[in-house]
Design a protein around this ligand. Sequence first.
Ligand code: PXL
Length: 282
Amino acid sequence: MKRVALINDLSGFGKCSLTAAIPVISVMGMQACPLPTAVLSAQTGFHNYYCDDFTDRMDCFTDEWKKMQVSFDGIYSGYLAGPRQMEKVLYFLEAFKTEDTMYLADPVMGDNGRGYHMFSKELLDEMKKLTVKADVITPNLTEACFLAGEEYRDVISHRQHKDYTKRIQDICEKLLKQAQKPQTVIVTGIIRERENQEYAGNLAVTENESFYVEHPYTGTGFSGTGDLFASVICGSLIKGLSVQEAVKKAAGFLQAAIEEATAEKIPPNHGIPFEKYLYQLL
Ligand code: PXL
Protein backbone atom coordinates (compact mmCIF):
# COMPACT_ATOMS: atom_id res chain seq x y z
CA MET A 1 0.00 0.00 0.00
CA LYS A 2 1.30 3.47 -0.82
CA ARG A 3 2.12 5.62 2.17
CA VAL A 4 2.03 9.39 2.61
CA ALA A 5 3.51 11.45 5.47
CA LEU A 6 1.20 14.35 6.32
CA ILE A 7 3.00 17.19 8.11
CA ASN A 8 0.18 19.45 9.20
CA ASP A 9 -1.81 20.60 12.23
CA LEU A 10 -4.74 18.89 13.93
CA SER A 11 -7.62 21.34 14.43
CA GLY A 12 -10.79 20.29 16.25
CA PHE A 13 -12.96 22.66 14.19
CA GLY A 14 -12.53 24.06 10.70
CA LYS A 15 -12.35 20.85 8.61
CA CYS A 16 -8.85 21.78 7.54
CA SER A 17 -5.28 20.47 7.64
CA LEU A 18 -5.12 16.88 9.01
CA THR A 19 -8.90 16.50 9.37
CA ALA A 20 -9.07 17.20 5.62
CA ALA A 21 -5.92 15.38 4.48
CA ILE A 22 -6.35 12.08 6.37
CA PRO A 23 -9.80 11.19 4.95
CA VAL A 24 -8.83 12.24 1.41
CA ILE A 25 -5.60 10.22 1.35
CA SER A 26 -7.38 7.26 2.99
CA VAL A 27 -10.32 7.17 0.59
CA MET A 28 -7.83 7.28 -2.28
CA GLY A 29 -6.46 3.96 -1.01
CA MET A 30 -3.26 5.13 0.65
CA GLN A 31 -1.98 5.02 4.22
CA ALA A 32 -1.98 8.47 5.85
CA CYS A 33 0.78 8.96 8.47
CA PRO A 34 0.23 12.22 10.37
CA LEU A 35 3.10 14.22 11.86
CA PRO A 36 1.33 17.00 13.80
CA THR A 37 2.82 20.49 13.68
CA ALA A 38 0.35 21.81 16.27
CA VAL A 39 -2.82 20.70 18.01
CA LEU A 40 -5.57 23.33 18.11
CA SER A 41 -9.07 23.45 19.52
CA ALA A 42 -10.09 25.16 16.27
CA GLN A 43 -8.36 26.71 13.23
CA THR A 44 -7.03 30.22 13.76
CA GLY A 45 -9.82 31.99 11.83
CA PHE A 46 -12.10 31.48 14.85
CA HIS A 47 -12.27 34.24 17.43
CA ASN A 48 -10.71 32.17 20.16
CA TYR A 49 -8.72 28.96 20.05
CA TYR A 50 -6.17 27.00 22.05
CA CYS A 51 -2.94 26.04 20.26
CA ASP A 52 -0.33 23.55 21.43
CA ASP A 53 2.73 24.14 19.23
CA PHE A 54 4.51 20.87 18.40
CA THR A 55 7.82 22.34 17.15
CA ASP A 56 9.89 20.63 19.82
CA ARG A 57 8.17 17.28 19.33
CA MET A 58 8.36 17.04 15.54
CA ASP A 59 11.89 15.56 15.45
CA CYS A 60 10.73 12.82 17.86
CA PHE A 61 8.38 11.57 15.13
CA THR A 62 11.14 11.72 12.50
CA ASP A 63 13.61 9.90 14.75
CA GLU A 64 11.12 7.23 15.77
CA TRP A 65 10.06 6.64 12.15
CA LYS A 66 13.74 6.39 11.18
CA LYS A 67 14.19 3.64 13.80
CA MET A 68 11.19 1.85 12.29
CA GLN A 69 12.92 1.99 8.88
CA VAL A 70 9.70 3.01 7.15
CA SER A 71 9.55 4.78 3.79
CA PHE A 72 7.07 7.11 2.08
CA ASP A 73 5.76 7.41 -1.47
CA GLY A 74 4.71 10.96 -0.73
CA ILE A 75 5.39 13.75 1.75
CA TYR A 76 2.89 16.58 2.07
CA SER A 77 3.63 19.58 4.29
CA GLY A 78 0.93 22.15 5.05
CA TYR A 79 0.30 24.51 7.98
CA LEU A 80 3.46 25.24 9.95
CA ALA A 81 2.91 27.15 13.16
CA GLY A 82 6.20 29.10 13.13
CA PRO A 83 9.50 29.59 11.27
CA ARG A 84 11.38 26.98 13.35
CA GLN A 85 9.09 24.27 12.00
CA MET A 86 10.58 24.56 8.50
CA GLU A 87 13.90 23.29 9.90
CA LYS A 88 12.01 20.28 11.22
CA VAL A 89 10.48 19.62 7.81
CA LEU A 90 13.94 19.91 6.19
CA TYR A 91 15.22 17.35 8.70
CA PHE A 92 12.29 15.08 7.79
CA LEU A 93 12.99 15.49 4.06
CA GLU A 94 16.65 14.63 4.60
CA ALA A 95 15.60 11.46 6.38
CA PHE A 96 12.83 10.30 4.06
CA LYS A 97 12.84 12.01 0.67
CA THR A 98 14.29 9.78 -2.04
CA GLU A 99 14.21 10.02 -5.86
CA ASP A 100 10.90 8.13 -5.75
CA THR A 101 9.19 10.25 -3.10
CA MET A 102 6.88 13.01 -4.28
CA TYR A 103 7.11 16.08 -2.05
CA LEU A 104 4.15 18.47 -2.13
CA ALA A 105 4.59 21.73 -0.19
CA ASP A 106 1.43 23.70 0.41
CA PRO A 107 2.86 27.05 1.59
CA VAL A 108 -0.01 27.91 3.98
CA MET A 109 0.60 31.57 4.91
CA GLY A 110 -2.45 33.69 4.14
CA ASP A 111 -5.45 34.50 1.96
CA ASN A 112 -7.16 37.49 0.35
CA GLY A 113 -3.88 39.44 0.30
CA ARG A 114 -3.28 39.09 4.04
CA GLY A 115 -1.09 36.78 6.10
CA TYR A 116 -2.67 34.46 8.69
CA HIS A 117 -1.94 35.39 12.33
CA MET A 118 1.34 33.37 12.40
CA PHE A 119 2.67 35.05 9.24
CA SER A 120 5.94 36.99 9.37
CA LYS A 121 8.78 37.88 6.99
CA GLU A 122 10.88 35.23 8.73
CA LEU A 123 8.18 32.60 8.20
CA LEU A 124 8.07 33.50 4.49
CA ASP A 125 11.88 33.23 4.16
CA GLU A 126 11.84 29.84 5.84
CA MET A 127 8.86 28.67 3.75
CA LYS A 128 10.86 29.43 0.58
CA LYS A 129 13.49 26.90 1.75
CA LEU A 130 10.76 24.25 1.50
CA THR A 131 9.03 25.36 -1.67
CA VAL A 132 12.26 25.36 -3.72
CA LYS A 133 12.74 21.68 -2.79
CA ALA A 134 9.21 20.54 -3.62
CA ASP A 135 8.04 18.60 -6.67
CA VAL A 136 4.66 20.32 -6.42
CA ILE A 137 3.56 23.53 -4.70
CA THR A 138 -0.05 24.62 -4.26
CA PRO A 139 -0.11 28.28 -3.14
CA ASN A 140 -3.28 30.30 -3.32
CA LEU A 141 -2.89 33.61 -5.16
CA THR A 142 -1.92 35.47 -1.96
CA GLU A 143 0.79 32.92 -1.13
CA ALA A 144 2.07 32.87 -4.72
CA CYS A 145 2.48 36.66 -4.52
CA PHE A 146 4.30 36.37 -1.16
CA LEU A 147 6.69 33.74 -2.58
CA ALA A 148 7.36 35.66 -5.80
CA GLY A 149 7.68 39.08 -4.11
CA GLU A 150 4.70 40.49 -6.03
CA GLU A 151 2.17 42.98 -4.74
CA TYR A 152 -1.20 41.14 -4.38
CA ARG A 153 -3.26 44.36 -4.74
CA ASP A 154 -1.43 45.20 -7.94
CA VAL A 155 -1.98 41.68 -9.35
CA ILE A 156 -5.73 41.61 -8.61
CA SER A 157 -6.17 45.11 -10.02
CA HIS A 158 -5.78 43.34 -13.42
CA ARG A 159 -8.79 41.09 -12.70
CA GLN A 160 -10.87 42.53 -15.51
CA HIS A 161 -8.08 42.36 -18.08
CA LYS A 162 -8.12 39.55 -20.60
CA ASP A 163 -4.44 38.90 -19.87
CA TYR A 164 -5.07 38.35 -16.11
CA THR A 165 -4.17 34.64 -16.20
CA LYS A 166 -1.06 35.50 -18.25
CA ARG A 167 -0.02 37.87 -15.43
CA ILE A 168 -0.43 34.99 -12.93
CA GLN A 169 1.38 32.60 -15.28
CA ASP A 170 4.37 34.99 -15.16
CA ILE A 171 4.33 34.68 -11.36
CA CYS A 172 4.28 30.88 -11.67
CA GLU A 173 7.22 31.01 -14.07
CA LYS A 174 9.13 33.16 -11.58
CA LEU A 175 8.50 30.47 -8.94
CA LEU A 176 9.61 27.70 -11.34
CA LYS A 177 12.89 29.59 -11.85
CA GLN A 178 13.44 29.86 -8.07
CA ALA A 179 12.95 26.10 -7.63
CA GLN A 180 15.97 23.84 -7.31
CA LYS A 181 14.34 21.13 -9.46
CA PRO A 182 11.63 20.66 -12.12
CA GLN A 183 8.44 21.64 -10.37
CA THR A 184 4.70 21.90 -10.84
CA VAL A 185 3.15 25.13 -9.54
CA ILE A 186 -0.62 25.11 -9.04
CA VAL A 187 -2.10 28.46 -8.01
CA THR A 188 -5.58 28.23 -6.48
CA GLY A 189 -8.23 30.85 -5.73
CA ILE A 190 -7.96 32.94 -8.90
CA ILE A 191 -11.22 34.91 -9.00
CA ARG A 192 -12.42 36.41 -12.29
CA GLU A 193 -15.66 37.96 -13.41
CA ARG A 194 -17.33 37.46 -16.79
CA GLU A 195 -20.83 38.57 -17.77
CA ASN A 196 -21.83 39.27 -14.15
CA GLN A 197 -20.74 35.84 -12.96
CA GLU A 198 -17.66 35.26 -10.82
CA TYR A 199 -15.45 32.21 -11.44
CA ALA A 200 -12.82 30.62 -9.20
CA GLY A 201 -9.91 29.14 -11.10
CA ASN A 202 -6.73 27.14 -10.65
CA LEU A 203 -3.72 27.65 -12.88
CA ALA A 204 -1.20 24.79 -13.19
CA VAL A 205 2.19 25.49 -14.73
CA THR A 206 5.06 23.07 -15.35
CA GLU A 207 8.19 23.50 -17.46
CA ASN A 208 6.37 22.34 -20.60
CA GLU A 209 2.67 22.94 -20.12
CA SER A 210 0.16 25.17 -18.47
CA PHE A 211 -3.60 25.00 -18.15
CA TYR A 212 -6.44 26.71 -16.36
CA VAL A 213 -9.54 25.12 -14.80
CA GLU A 214 -12.39 27.25 -13.46
CA HIS A 215 -15.82 26.87 -11.85
CA PRO A 216 -18.55 29.38 -10.94
CA TYR A 217 -17.58 31.09 -7.65
CA THR A 218 -20.11 31.36 -4.85
CA GLY A 219 -18.44 34.37 -3.28
CA THR A 220 -17.40 32.71 -0.03
CA GLY A 221 -13.97 31.45 0.95
CA PHE A 222 -14.51 28.43 3.22
CA SER A 223 -11.98 27.06 5.70
CA GLY A 224 -10.05 24.02 4.56
CA THR A 225 -10.70 24.23 0.83
CA GLY A 226 -6.99 24.82 0.08
CA ASP A 227 -6.05 21.83 2.25
CA LEU A 228 -8.64 19.58 0.57
CA PHE A 229 -7.42 20.73 -2.85
CA ALA A 230 -3.76 20.01 -2.01
CA SER A 231 -4.71 16.62 -0.51
CA VAL A 232 -6.52 15.50 -3.68
CA ILE A 233 -3.61 16.71 -5.83
CA CYS A 234 -1.18 14.82 -3.60
CA GLY A 235 -3.19 11.56 -3.68
CA SER A 236 -3.88 11.80 -7.42
CA LEU A 237 -0.26 12.40 -8.43
CA ILE A 238 0.99 9.56 -6.21
CA LYS A 239 -1.58 7.31 -7.89
CA GLY A 240 -0.08 8.26 -11.26
CA LEU A 241 -2.69 10.68 -12.62
CA SER A 242 -1.47 13.55 -14.80
CA VAL A 243 -1.38 17.08 -13.36
CA GLN A 244 -4.37 18.00 -15.52
CA GLU A 245 -6.41 15.01 -14.32
CA ALA A 246 -5.44 15.75 -10.72
CA VAL A 247 -6.52 19.40 -10.90
CA LYS A 248 -9.85 18.49 -12.54
CA LYS A 249 -10.51 15.84 -9.88
CA ALA A 250 -9.71 18.25 -7.03
CA ALA A 251 -11.74 21.13 -8.48
CA GLY A 252 -14.76 18.90 -9.23
CA PHE A 253 -14.73 17.39 -5.71
CA LEU A 254 -14.58 20.82 -4.06
CA GLN A 255 -17.23 22.34 -6.28
CA ALA A 256 -19.97 19.96 -5.08
CA ALA A 257 -19.19 20.47 -1.37
CA ILE A 258 -18.79 24.27 -1.73
CA GLU A 259 -22.18 24.50 -3.47
CA GLU A 260 -23.80 22.62 -0.59
CA ALA A 261 -22.01 24.77 2.04
CA THR A 262 -23.23 27.90 0.28
CA ALA A 263 -26.83 26.65 -0.05
CA GLU A 264 -26.84 25.59 3.63
CA LYS A 265 -25.29 28.94 4.68
CA ILE A 266 -22.55 27.20 6.66
CA PRO A 267 -20.35 29.76 8.45
CA PRO A 268 -17.09 29.92 6.43
CA ASN A 269 -14.87 29.15 9.46
CA HIS A 270 -16.57 25.74 9.82
CA GLY A 271 -15.54 24.50 6.38
CA ILE A 272 -17.46 22.48 3.79
CA PRO A 273 -19.40 19.15 4.03
CA PHE A 274 -16.74 17.35 1.98
CA GLU A 275 -17.36 14.03 3.81
CA LYS A 276 -20.47 13.41 1.69
CA TYR A 277 -18.43 13.74 -1.52
CA LEU A 278 -15.40 11.62 -0.59
CA TYR A 279 -16.93 8.75 -2.63
CA GLN A 280 -16.03 10.73 -5.76
CA LEU A 281 -12.37 10.10 -4.96
CA LEU A 282 -12.67 6.29 -4.57
O1 PXL B 1 -6.56 25.93 6.14
C1 PXL B 1 -5.38 26.53 6.46
C2 PXL B 1 -5.15 26.47 7.94
C3 PXL B 1 -4.64 25.32 8.50
N1 PXL B 1 -4.44 25.21 9.83
C4 PXL B 1 -4.73 26.23 10.66
C5 PXL B 1 -5.25 27.41 10.16
C6 PXL B 1 -5.45 27.54 8.76
C7 PXL B 1 -5.99 28.79 8.23
O2 PXL B 1 -6.34 29.70 8.91
O3 PXL B 1 -5.55 28.39 11.01
C8 PXL B 1 -4.51 26.07 12.12
